[in-house]
Design a protein around this ligand. Structure first.
Ligand code: NIG
Ligand code: FE
Length: 380
């Protein structure tokens, strides 16, 4: 294969293909940049739990000593992150998150999802969504906001009471302020049920919001099938998805989002990735960046873990973390691939070989990150 070229105008791709096809006389423009490494679409991290405040490394240590994620749910886990967020000022949260988003840029992430879910009351969820919006307006990257309205059942409330409040108060209030593009539900025995997902999905749809789901992560619940039935955009995690769930996902337009770092961290069974792909499901890959199950913000690292743990080939992983992930966020018409008409968001690797990404875990292979045709990061 000969050299390749990418050209853009006003931040939008106008050409991607063999360098010989760039201009009829073979000349390139005066401000052309030559690179040795592979050029890929900017990474799209379609599942993160930013903004959050503070780390939970002691819970990681407790799990190493034999405790499970379920054991820690209450004194620790989501409830602890909710307390940490509540105790921090808005400025403290912003100051904690900014360098993390900068680090994501250095690892090639040009688009990402921000989620709530550490609020656990209407006011605190709205506050987290506003902080997410503020961050999205400040950063170089494109960011969407998802209201993870049902993440844990708030103390002092029944599940039913909270789901009713989410549908009747939280979702309408978030929609009125245009705070979120999507709504997410954590379906699990320690969290919410398939029926809760159905109720929340109806409320989300009534307010023009897309539906996401944390599905079949710690145990099987039929969440993937339910997510397909309610017309969600994605079912995420899928460690315990049933064969019916795989078939349902394969026969739908939905994405199966795999989150390999949380699988590694929880020492969980891997999802049936090969079956998902052969069933026809669009597989997307993300970090699940959060202080509990995945304190990893690097898409290259997630690709590396997915290769070794899920046998996801390097090129399939790149598609999963770019174009398919852009679909999950509803941005596939503008982002996620390098083709004329899309935004010139791309990364330059330090190697011409894409297989270097999974082959060298712990190494950041991103040498440059460009957004809308402007270089926003260059390794020094
Ligand atoms: O995607 N399991 C549910 N939610 C997150 C973890 C949140 C947390 O532990 O703070 C996840 O793994
Ligand atoms: Fe998650």
């Amino acid at each position: 294969m000969g050299p390749a070229a990418l050209a853009w105008e006003d931040g939008t791709v106008i050409y991607a293909g063999p360098a010989s096809g760039l201009s009829p006389d073979g000349r390139t423009s005066r401000d052309a940049v030559e690179v040795d490494g592979a050029v890929l679409p900017g990474f799209v991290d379609c599942h993160t739990h930013l903004p959050f405040y503070g780390w939970r490394a002691d819970e990681f240590e407790a799990r190493m000593a034999g405790k499970t994620y379920r054991d820690l749910h209450g004194s620790g886990g989501i409830f602890r992150s909710a307390r940490l967020l509540a105790e921090a000022s808005d400025d403290e949260v912003m100051a904690f998150c900014r360098p993390l988003l900068e680090e994501m840029l250095e690892h090639g992430t040009t688009t990402l999802e921000l989620k709530t879910g550490y609020g656990l009351s209407v006011e605190a969820e709205l506050r987290q969504a506003r902080l997410a919006r503020r961050l999205s307006q400040e950063i170089e990257q494109t960011a969407t906001v998802t209201l993870l309205a049902c993440h844990a059942v708030p103390e002092g409330k029944t599940r039913e009471e909270w789901v009713k409040e989410v549908c009747e108060v939280l979702i309408p209030a978030a929609a009125a302020e245009r705070l979120a593009e999507a709504v997410d539900v954590y379906v699990e025995d320690i969290a919410f049920t398939v029926q809760d997902l159905e109720r929340v999905a109806a409320a989300a749809r009534a307010h023009g919001m897309a539906i996401r789901s944390h599905a079949d992560q710690l145990g099987p619940s039929g969440a993937a099938e339910a997510a397909v039935a309610v017309g969600a955009r994605s079912a995420d995690h899928l460690n315990h998805v049933s064969p019916e769930g795989v078939r349902a996902l394969g026969g739908s337009k939905m994405a199966a989002v795999v989150l390999p770092v949380s699988t590694l961290f929880l020492r969980a069974d891997p999802p049936p990735v090969a079956e998902l792909i052969s069933s026809g499901a669009a597989v997307a890959l993300a970090t699940d960046f959060n202080p509990g199950t995945s304190p990893c913000l690097s898409i290259p690292e997630a690709i590396s873990v997915a290769a070794s743990l899920y046998r996801l080939p390097p090129l399939a992983a790149v598609v999963a973390a770019t174009l398919n992930a852009a679909w999950v966020l509803g941005l596939h018409d503008r982002l996620g691939s390098l083709e004329p008409g899309k935004r010139a968001d791309f990364v330059v690797l330090d190697s011409p070989d894409v297989a270097t990404i999974p082959y060298r875990p712990g190494h950041n292979p991103v040498a440059q990150t460009w957004i809308a045709g402007e270089r926003r990061y260059r390794r020094s």
